[in-house]
Structures are given as structure tokens and as C-alpha cells.
Ligand binder design. Structure first.
Ligand code: CA
Ligand code: CA
Length: 486
């Protein structure tokens, strides 16, 4: 949940004109090729190893936006949906592209729930195999005794349609509970008997302590199942979900000591035993709750490992493989990014659970420590290529500025292509007041990447405009192809 008070309403109404026109004419073929580019084709190697679409300003909205989520339409890789916080306003911000990430519309969407006035946070988006789009968010309602928080899931039939936000949250509760941080995934498995099912998991603080809850919908987010408890514990958080091609559901999460993953083979009614992905570095007392780590690039809000679970839905030799990517303290005590891989039934293949060393995604830092943090991951279902993107302080000896960067692995996470910046310039989120709401909440808690058809679409919080433009903090994206060796 964003740690800010509802502030001045900063209405923003900027949409890219060319993207608007493209959206109105959204008649892209369902099986059409990925984005046209002079430098890349879906069947041949790219002429350039740089971004196929260089860093694009997606949000074009006044005030700060942060914390991103992105999804690609499984039936049409030209169609992308992304979302972010929209700090200081009463709504989220939704971004739509129908040309593979070259142009985007940007709107104050989905509409806030009419009976739960307040402000929104924590986006999580998805698209099903019929093109229906989903946007989960946290709705915070200020009341005299404090605030309440509920999970809502808005939906629309496609990129050209309006969003509908239901009247009720997916799991109504009383004043003795507080929901936080939803994550969303859709079963688009080619051989799944539950294809089309939408899953949402989130944290709830309530009379039973803290729990990760899971609910699902089989009717396009109109009705939701009663939530089941995936795991309970005093510090469980940061859930991530993924579904295999045959409909197995995986959940990863964090607690105070470790990163975990579990599988459900019955559509989310029950989960098998929690499987360890790694022990986490202890938190930092500077962060208030010893649950996160303060780094020079994000000193106040701090960073957590933000695990992502992904499943290879390709028909390749690693189809069904499960990956958990996360940040953790490295050998020099800076942040690094790691991966553990598992068979479909969660037997460990690589990484810490095998009894060996954790597999590091970013190369060793060299003589000067640098931080790699807030990682996101995706497996391209057309190739089985594993993508991981994260902020990297790179060569900044002060470890203050960072560029969102990506790498990819073609061998199941054993070896990685060189880390390539996708942000064309570094961001600095340590300005005075950077965590006060006026400038945002530093980078926030998470970023995102989606991959399909040979292209990856990282979407991140970018601070380049803050201090020089009323746009302040922005959301950016790029479209890239595999790196050398990836
Ligand atoms: Ca490092
Ligand atoms: Ca902005």
C-alpha cells in the first residue's frame, strides 16, 4: 500500500494523440505479427541489439505515477495493458497499447468504486485468451477510526472498451480487517480445463492475523469465489501468481525469513506444501519494521525481495518449468537479483534449494558495490526465454541513481545475457521529499515486464522528469528482443 495521505487532487488528462487514433482503429488481427519494426522481425534476429522500441513515456500525466504492472494479450501480442499508481488523485492510471508498445493511451482509470470513495493503489493487470482485460487494485477508504482497504477488480471486453468497476470488492470485510497488495493472473493455458479463470491473491490483516488469500472468477470478474488461505503468518506478503499451460497454479510469497513457492493442482482450492526458494537477508531497522532493506537509491521506503513466480508455457524442452526470481543481499552486502528453478511439481533444479549457491542473475558487481533491486520477470510462452528486469545503479559509485535494465536466459536461468539498460537515462529518487507524496513514493514497491512473441515489454517508474516538468515522476516502457547469448 502506498504510504501517503490523500493529497491535492491532481487531475491529469493527457493521452497520446497517435495512440488514441490507433486505439479507435483497433482492428488489429488476432493472430497478427508482433510490432512492426525496421530493426526486428518475429522470425529473424534483430538488426540491432538495442531496444526495439526505445524508452517511451507511457503515462504523460501530471504528478507522480509509480508501481507498475503490465500484461500482453496472449492472442495478439500487439495489445498491451499496463497500470500504475496515480499519486495525489482518487483513481489508478491505466495505459493501453495496440501497436506492441510503440504508442500508448493514458487515462485516469478504472473508475473508482462509487460506494467506496477514497483513493486507489497497487495495480495488477491481466488479459485472458478472449482479450478481456482485468485491473485489480486496492481501494483505501478514510474513516473516522482510521482507514479501510479492499480489493477491487475492474474489467473491460477489450482495449477499445470502457472499464467497469463493480459495486463491491471481491471479498467484502468489516472494519476489523485490512487488505493489501493484490496480484492477478489469468489461466490462458492451451491444455487447461480452467482456461479463462482469473486468480487474485492479496494480503489481509485481520482477526486471524496476517494471511495470503486467494479468490478466483470464472465469469470474467463478475463474481468471485470465497477466498481460501494460501498461507498464514505474521509477515507474509508480496504474493505472486502464475498458471502453467495445463492449469496448475503457482503462488510465491515472502515472509520475514524466506521466499516460498507452492502449487495448486485443483484450481486454487488447496495448495501443496510451501517449498523454499531461498533464505532472505535480514531486514534493516532503518526501515521501521525490519522487513525491508534501505539502499542509497531507495533509502526511506526501502526495498523488499519482491519475488515473482513464472512458468514456462512453451512447448519447448523446458515447458512446465517454474522460476522464482527475487532480490536479496549479495556477497558484498549490496542488493543482487537471483533465480531458483523447479520442475512442475516443485522439485528444485537450480539455485539455493538444490543445496548449492543461489544463482545470481546480474553479473558480480566488481570492485565497487552496486544495487540491483525491484526485479520483475516473465517467460515468453512462444520461446521459453526467461526475462528478468530490475533497477541497476550500475557505475554510479554513490549507488544513488539507477536505470531500469533487463537480461534474459535461454537455458532455464543458468546463464544470462549481458544486462542492458532499457531506461535511456538514470533516475534519481532521492530528492528532498521523494517519499512524501509530492514527488511520489520513491520507486514504490514493484515494477513489471511481460513477454510474448519474441518481445519483452518492461514497464517501470522513471524519475527523469521530476524537478523539471509538471509531469514529475512518469511511467516508461520499452520493447526489446533477446540479448547476445540470451
Ligand atoms: Ca549488487
Ligand atoms: Ca507524472
Amino acid at each position: 500500500m502506498a504510504g501517503f495521505a490523500a493529497a491535492t487532487l491532481l487531475l491529469s488528462a493527457c493521452a497520446t494523440g497517435s495512440a488514441e487514433r490507433a486505439l479507435r482503429a483497433a482492428a488489429a488481427p488476432r493472430s497478427g505479427p508482433p510490432p512492426a519494426s525496421s530493426k526486428a522481425s518475429p522470425t529473424g534476429p534483430p538488426a540491432s541489439l538495442g531496444p526495439t522500441v526505445a524508452a517511451v513515456d507511457v503515462s504523460n500525466a501530471s504528478g507522480p505515477q509509480s508501481e507498475t504492472s503490465v500484461a500482453v494479450d496472449p492472442s495478439n501480442p500487439r495489445i498491451l495493458l499496463a497500470g500504475s499508481n496515480n499519486i495525489g488523485t482518487s483513481t489508478m492510471r491505466a495505459y493501453s497499447s495496440v501497436d506492441g508498445g510503440r504508442t500508448w493511451t493514458s487515462r485516469d482509470d478504472p473508475p473508482p468504486p462509487s460506494r467506496y470513495r477514497g483513493y486507489s493503489s497497487d495495480p495488477a493487470v491481466g488479459i485472458d485468451d478472449r482479450g478481456r482485460q482485468y485491473f485489480a487494485f486496492l481501494q483505501i477508504v478514510q474513516e473516522a477510526r482510521g482507514h479501510l482497504a479492499y480489493i477491487f477488480v475492474a474489467s473491460r471486453t477489450g482495449a477499445a472498451s470502457n472499464w467497469t468497476t463493480p459495486l463491491q470488492p471481491i471479498s467484502p470485510h468489516g472494519a476489523n480487517a485490512l487488505d493489501d497488495k493484490p496480484t492477478l493472473t489469468v489461466d490462458v493455458g492451451a491444455s487447461s480445463s480452467r482456461r479463462g479463470r482469473v486468480y487474485v491473491a492479496w494480503s489481509r490483516f485481520g482477526p486471524s492475523g496476517k494471511q495470503l488469500l486467494l479468490s478466483s472468477s470464472d465469469d470474467g470478474a463478475r463474481t468471485w469465489s470465497s477466498p481460501v488461505v494460501v498461507v498464514a503468518g505474521p509477515s507474509v506478503s508480496d504474493a505472486s501468481l502464475a498458471v502453467s499451460s495445463d492449469g496448475d497454479l503457482y503462488a510465491a510469497w515472502l515472509d520475514r525469513t524466506a521466499i516460498w513457492v507452492a502449487r495448486s493442482t485443483d484450481g486454487g482450492r488447496a495448495f501443496g506444501p510451501a517449498t523454499l526458494a531461498d533464505i532472505r537477508t535480514p531486514g534493516d531497522l532503518k526501515c521501521g519494521n525490519a522487513f525491508a532493506v534501505s539502499i542509497p537509491a531507495q533509502p526511506h521506503r526501502c526495498v523488499r525481495p519482491v519475488p515473482t513466480v513464472t512458468v514456462d508455457r512453451s512447448t519447448g524442452s523446458r515447458g512446465g518449468r517454474v522460476y522464482v526470481t527475487y532480490a536479496n543481499g549479495g556477497a558484498n552486502l549490496s542488493e543482487d537479483v537471483f533465480v531458483a528453478s523447479f520442475t512442475r511439481d516443485l522439485r528444485p533444479l537450480t539455485g539455493y534449494p538444490t543445496g548449492g549457491a543461489a544463482v545470481q542473475v546480474n553479473p558480480p558487481d566488481g570492485p565497487s558495490p552496486s544495487d540491483q533491486f525491484l526485479p520483475a520477470a516473465a517467460v515468453d510462452p512462444s520461446t521459453g526465454l526467461l526475462w528478468v528486469c530490475f533497477y541497476d545503479t550500475g557505475t554510479d559509485a554513490s549507488r544513488v541513481t539507477a536505470r531500469f535494465s533487463c537480461t534474459d536466459s535461454a537455458d532455464g536461468g543458468r546463464t544470462w545475457a549481458p544486462v542492458r539498460p532499457v531506461a535511456s537515462v538514470p533516475s534519481n529518487e532521492t530528492r528532498a521529499g521523494a517519499d512524501t507524496g509530492k514527488h511520489g513514493n520513491e520507486y514504490g514497491d514493484y515494477e513489471s515486464v511481460a513477454a510474448e512473441g519474441g518481445f519483452a515489454h518492461p514497464v517501470w517508474t522513471d524519475g527523469r522528469s521530476d524537478g523539471s516538468s509538471p509531469l514529475r515522476e512518469e511511467v516508461f516502457s520499452a520493447t526489446i528482443t533477446a540479448g547476445p547469448g540470451g
